[in-house]
Design a protein around this ligand. Sequence first.
Ligand code: ATR
Length: 270
Amino acid sequence: PRQYCVFGNPISQSRSPWIHQRFASQLDIEIDYQAKLAPEDGFADAFKAFVAAGGEGANVTAPFKEQAWQLCDRLSVTAKDSGAVNTLFLEGDKICGDNTDGFGLVADLHRQQVQLIDAKILLLGAGGAARGVIPALLNETPKSLTIANRTASKAHNLQNYFSDPRIHACGFDELLAGSFDVIINATSAGLARQRPDVNSSIIGTKTICYDMVYQAEPTGFLVWCHDHGAGQCIDGLGMLVGQAAKSFSIWFSAMPDIEPVIEELRRLLI
Ligand code: ATR
């Protein structure tokens, strides 16, 4: 079988091995896809060791998406624009990077009939996960994209990096009440069983709240959004399967069927 994996820290929670095995059986391809824990300061060495042992490509999750970007010899336009890589593959001895998170997020928002054109979007977080989805969100022609982060300076850095007039940046304490159509949590707070400490006045009765982190129980962020009257709360399961499908299509030049895998995973995890 062809060898792929996902690198993260932590990684034991990852559903990616299961998802990629489902895609592989759909398309009659034999793969061996493992979850690999890389040391916080040892991502590049871990990927190179994997390649030396026959690995052909990998997904990358928190906190390595920016390090993966640094490691690449070649970048797709999306990866280049976003400054984060979640999909690695090889062309000869060159390491190539792409980012499929934005595809997965936007495909899932479309699937859930969320209106993005002219929407006022709030993105919480300014790490690798946040930057990876910014080009895809801008591509949907929102009215505005506000990036708010616990550490405000990192949000301002992203604003400068993308330099798009629709982007605003601020700290959590500067957010204005009731002004967003869609709020997307791209912080990694959920992995530590926490939630971003933002004021609940940003949630209106029509606000759609999306958590990019997916776990079996509702995340702290979504429970909190629901308790404060959000119009709709959506977890990241559809995004997870969507970004995986796009990565799979990069590796195998064939797009798997997303919907049955979303449904099966949802049933398994309830
Ligand atoms: P990822 O790839 O998941 O984005 P990252 O690059 O390490 O991982 O970035 C983590 C993001 O989650 C950052 O925006 C971080 O905020 P800071 O820049 O202030 O550190 C955010 N984050 C992590 N834990 C958080 C928490 N408990 N509350 C709010 N934000 C949090």
